[in-house]
Design a protein around this ligand. Sequence first.
Ligand SMILES: [Zn+2]
Length: 181
Amino acid sequence: MLQPRLRKAEELLRFNPNHYPAGSQRGGQFAPSEQSAGTINVADSSADDITRRKFGSDKDAARSALKHFYETSRRAGAEYGGVIYRGKDGTYGITAPTTEKDGNDLYNSRIRWSDVPAGAQPVASYHTHLRTDDPNADERFSGADGYIARHHGVKSYIATPSGRLKVYDGKTRSEAGLGPL
Ligand SMILES: [Zn+2]
């Protein structure tokens, strides 16, 4: 039993990471997609007004987003994921997450970098990890999660089934636990 899930991630990474299929394997975060025009339908996305809030740090933004969306994601049985960006005024905001309506499933979520408002800079992604048949993997960043963060030079935040918030920095290639969500 040599880490079957890691092997899956490596198989995924042989493909162009910008074009992961929305398949059943855990691919972690999807790479940027061209499919969004950058509009957010708040009423339709259960985003409420959290996407209009400003935060003092990317960490605060990520924690708030994942707290806000985790339970909905868990009930839907699909990972939810979005972007943390830094605005021109130096504050941080979040984009509404992609959901099962975007093809996300128990193992995969796509990150729509194009949802970031014009003039703002994406600094991180956030996504949920749900309980699967592989509890150890659920608590960790997947190989694809790390690859995407490094590829974009951003951080990646996850909320895990045990209620932890974790960050992986694609620039420094370091990972840290940030305590309870
Ligand atoms: Zn992941």
